[in-house]
Design a protein around this ligand. Structure first.
Ligand code: ZN
Length: 245
């Protein structure tokens, strides 16, 4: 029987049969994989060393049986436990996972893995607002997915828009517009758009440095998610924020 070692972060899980659990794991080696962890829910069994919870980072020894990848053993590398102790952090992690899954595939993606690892580290142990980390993750996700909007110039004619205080934004042309090219598009503050631009370029290790003013956070919560849903042509907002694992 061939064994393989995978390291990855559990994105979500589904309970299966009486004691089993299927884990969806973003791995460094193979991208997004589903692995079956047998017996992890059995009462009275010591499973403390097993990686079985969402948002845990661990090492898995996996073997294949009848086309299914099964976990032989697993070790926690980082539990990110504080995420599960705070409702806002838990909600932010669920939203980050929902975004990450849009780019996850069965190919390794070092950039996505690093973004997720850093976002969870800061969510668990950092001081940034969970909402700001989510927006930063979403902005960096757009850049990584090749959907970075044009924000310093008009996305239609190329004229600089940085002297304006309120800047129109067009989903269709992929960014801000000058007053000549704008018609009835919604406008956003220059502050919010500048924060959006900076977050897209921020290195993973600096994600917890984002401190958005309340007004910019409100604006970007709408703009970044609406724009991402427009370019991806599918919803990425959590459907039911009250039902988090
Ligand atoms: Zn223009």
């Amino acid at each position: 029987m061939a064994f393989q070692t995978l390291t990855g972060i559990v994105l979500r899980y589904t309970d299966y049969r009486e004691n089993d659990r299927i884990l969806s794991v973003l791995t460094r080696e193979n991208g997004l994989v589903s692995v079956t962890a047998r017996g992890v829910r059995a009462k009275g069994k010591t499973v403390s060393s097993n990686v079985k919870d969402a948002y845990c980072y661990g090492e898995f020894i996996v073997y294949e049986r009848n086309g299914i990848d099964c976990v032989s053993s697993s070790t926690i590398i980082e539990a990110f436990y504080p995420i599960r102790e705070d409702y806002d952090k838990l909600l932010a992690a669920a939203q980050i996972v929902r975004i990450a899954e849009k780019l996850a595939s069965n190919r390794p993606n070092d950039e996505l893995f690093s973004m997720l690892y850093h976002a969870f580290s800061f969510l668990a142990y950092g001081n940034a607002q969970p909402a700001d980390l989510v927006l930063c993750f979403a902005a960096k996700f757009l850049a990584l997915a090749g959907y970075a909007p044009v924000l310093t110039n008009c996305s239609c004619c190329g004229k600089p828009v940085t002297s304006e205080k309120q800047i129109p934004f067009s989903f269709k042309s992929g960014g801000s517009l000058c007053t000549d090219c704008a018609s009835d598009q919604p406008t956003y503050s220059a502050l919010a758009l500048e924060a959006f631009r900076r977050m897209m370029r921020l290195e993973d290790k600096d994600m917890d440095k984002v401190r958005l003013p309340e007004s910019a956070r409100t604006e970007l919560n709408k703009l970044i998610f609406d724009y991402a849903e427009y370019v991806l042509e599918q919803p990425i907002r959590l459907k039911n924020p009250k039902l988090v694992q």
